[in-house]
Design a protein around this ligand. Structure first.
Ligand code: NAP
Length: 315
């Protein structure tokens, strides 16, 4: 296959959205390529347990990634392991430049680049990343067997990861900036029932400290009383939400607050033939199943777009 080959559809990102789009695109007989720079599965690979993907009562994130990837492969989806540098929208077709120097064109592009963890922006967070500061319990929890860790955040991710860490660490503090968790009630109850997890309500970290190259304490502030305390911890796990990974989204594409991409009911942006799905798009629920649903919608809409475009442009 030549390097500047023309596709019907290029999918960027191999998470649940991108892989679902790939499955639907193959079934719609679109000439498709999916580009992913890391392991297929995206953020699913960082998730210990998935309990709400229909058809699977319980499986690990990496297992679900593998199943989706195998499903896409079984349908013959072409996948390229590379990083995308730019997406240049065009009238006749859109061009995607890869870090390897390859240049691909397609009538439609689905951007499924997901999100990345929001940071606290406090001293020590960047300096001690990988030395006790982590954004992934599944990846780093192993190093904290029998130790004391603090999880920061109050959403589903923070609570799930605190529960995961409680299986490994001796003690888990869960610090949340308010007096009520945002996480779903079923997960909240598990935290409250877990003897190893201690809630620190109305609490925000203000600095992370280390000694001998490893985290040894964190400074916490109670936002109601303004009281400040240092707490001895070996690890700090930060789960305070995600930001859209919108670096590749062309400038002319409309964004909402927070940088999320605005799409219509077909998951199409304001640029015809460019679609955005999953955690990148403005939406109410950011779940594996909603990303997969977006992938279906975008691929079906892209198939219709490609058919019309070919008919109109006489391709
Ligand atoms: P999230 O729902 O946006 O929650 C972020 C949490 O961090 C909130 O509790 C927020 O506090 C807190 N926070 C934000 N900025 C902060 C700051 N600067 N300092 C301190 N705390 C801060 O993010 P998430 O938990 O990562 O979840 C993302 C999406 O994935 C959600 O839609 C979630 O439902 C979904 N998800 C679902 C599952 C599941 O269904 N099993 C698992 C994981 C994630 P406030 O509450 O005060 O705003």
């Amino acid at each position: 296959m030549s390097e500047n080959q023309m596709y019907d559809l290029i999918i960027i990102g191999g998470g649940p959205g991108g892989l679902s789009a790939g499955i639907y695109a193959q079934r719609a007989s679109l000439k498709t390529v999916l580009i992913e720079k890391g392991a297929p599965g995206g953020q699913m690979n960082l998730t210990d347990e998935v309990e709400n993907y229909p058809g699977f009562e319980l499986l690990s994130g990496p297992e679900l990634s593998m199943k989706m990837n195998q499903h896409a492969e079984s349908l013959g989806l072409k996948m390229i392991s590379d990083e995308v540098d730019t997406i240049a929208p065009g009238d006749a077709s859109h061009t995607v430049k890869l870090a390897s120097g390859k240049e691909l064109s397609a009538l439609a592009v689905i951007i499924a680049t997901g999100g990345y963890p929001r940071k606290l922006g406090i001293p020590g967070e960047d300096e001690y990343y990988g030395k006790g500061v982590s954004f992934c319990a599944t990846c780093d929890g192993f190093f904290f067997r029998g130790k004391t860790v603090i999880v920061v955040g109050g959403g589903d991710t923070a609570v799930e990861e605190a529960l995961y860490l409680a299986k490994i660490a001796d003690k888990v503090y869960l610090a949340h900036r308010r007096d009520a968790l945002r996480a779903s009630p079923i997960l909240q109850q598990r935290v409250f029932d877990n003897d190893k997890i201690e809630m620190l309500w109305d609490t925000v970290p203000t600095a992370i400290h280390a000694e001998n190259g490893g985290v040894n304490s964190i400074t916490l502030k109670n936002v109601k009383t303004a009281e400040i305390n240092d707490l001895a911890v070996d690890g700090v796990f930060i789960f305070i939400g995600y930001l859209p990974n919108a670096r590749l989204v062309p400038e002319a594409v409309k964004r909402a607050d927070g940088g999320y991409v605005v799409t219509d009911k077909r998951c199409e942006t304001n640029i015809p033939g460019i679609f955005a799905i999953g955690d990148l798009a403005e939406k109410f629920a950011r779940q594996i199943v909603t990303a997969a649903g977006d992938g279906c919608t975008a691929a079906l809409a892209a198939a219709q777009y490609v058919e019309l475009k070919k008919a109109t442009d006489g391709l």
